[in-house]
Design a protein around this ligand. Structure first.
Ligand code: PBG
Length: 327
């Protein structure tokens, strides 16, 4: 009969032993909470495909961010749904636009929470594409000017960090130089560097009313089978001045997160996107999975893959669970 001398189970026998040899940890410091802001007052409407996630008016947004602050989540990322959309995405850079107004109100009421803004045009264009259309196509270079103008207007209104998610070529450099020219040398850029054309964004597009009215985003977002290309995207964004790089979505792209982290060693964010959240919520509501345990595995899995920061709709729940000694 054979018996092992080295027994891996020795260090798994109780929770204190497991705590002692735990290799990765999740902290509230790692979390960024996404929020959707809509025009009006007293509005808090649940996104049908995202139970527990709401589209809120600015007054309600302030309450949400106060809750985020109380939970010690360091940062939020804001998405705006404008009153009206047009071909020029004029709501994106309007001084009186939804995000600009929200930023001013948040800075007044919750000054310490880091306010990140998503810089993209898809929520503001009538056609739902992430850039300006010319001759039937999203025109890269015209879009750059609008993105840079949008980023500056966000910082004018109080944004602490900007996060371009459009996937135009050269947007990080364009935004960096415009920020610098406007005296915003110290404002960091978190670039959605390896952003894939993914079906996992479906529920977000319902929330942000940003589904493309024709075609799809495959002409600018990345093709899911590619990973070397993701490394080139990240390299370019770093050269152009990105301070934090992001991989998005998260769960089907954990190999990409790992390679980006190993190759560049930059602060790396993973976006645990809407569809990933909705799948967990739907199964949990049916009683098919244990939500708290599943979320724990997902978030610690992303840390293990190399993410330093996780943008997630689970952030508030995770922060509460962490206080209870969850991970
Ligand atoms: C804007 C943007 C999208 C998401 C973040 N920024 C949607 C898209 O590219 O279609 C998706 C976030 C999520 O699914 O949670 N371009």
């Amino acid at each position: 009969m054979y018996y092992p001398t080295l027994r891996m189970r020795r260090l798994r026998r109780n929770e204190n032993l497991r705590r002692m040899i735990r290799e990765n940890r999740l902290s509230v410091d790692d979390l960024i909470y996404p929020l959707f802001v809509v025009p009006g007052r007293n509005i808090k409407e649940e996104v049908p495909s995202m139970p527990g996630v709401f589209r809120v008016s600015i007054d309600e947004l302030v309450k949400e961010v106060e809750e985020v602050a109380a939970l010690e989540i360091p940062a939020v990322i804001l998405f705006g749904i404008p009153e009206k959309k047009d071909e020029a995405a004029s709501g994106a850079y309007d001084e009186e636009g939804i995000i600009q107004k929200a930023l001013r109100e948040l800075k007044k009421n919750v000054p310490d929470v880091i306010l990140i803004t998503d810089v993209c045009l898809c929520e503001y264009t009538s056609h739902g594409h992430c850039g300006i259309i010319k001759d039937g196509e999203v025109n890269n270079d015209i879009t750059l000017e609008i993105l840079a103008q949008t980023a500056v207007s966000h910082v004018d209104a109080g944004a602490d960090m900007v996060a371009p998610s459009d996937m135009m070529d050269g947007r990080v450099a364009a935004i960096r130089s415009s920020l610098d020219e406007n005296g915003y040398k110290d404002i960091p850029i978190m670039a959605y560097s390896a952003k894939y054309a993914s079906a996992f964004y479906g529920p977000f597009r319902e929330a942000a009313e940003s589904t493309p009215q024709f075609g799809d985003r495959r002409g600018y977002q990345m093709d899911p089978p590619n990973v070397l290309e993701a490394l080139r995207e990240v390299e370019l964004d770093i050269e152009e001045g990105a301070d934090i790089v992001m991989v998005k979505p998260a769960l089907a792209f954990m190999d990409v997160i790992r390679q980006v982290k190993d190759e560049f060693g930059y602060p790396t964010a993973a976006y645990n996107v809407s569809g990933e959240y909705s799948m967990v919520k739907a199964a949990a509501l049916k009683g098919w999975i244990d939500e708290k345990k599943i979320v724990r595995e997902i978030l610690i899995g992303l840390k293990r893959a190399g993410a330093d920061l996780i943008l997630t709709y689970h952030a508030k729940d995770a922060a509460r669970w962490l206080k209870e000694g969850w991970i």
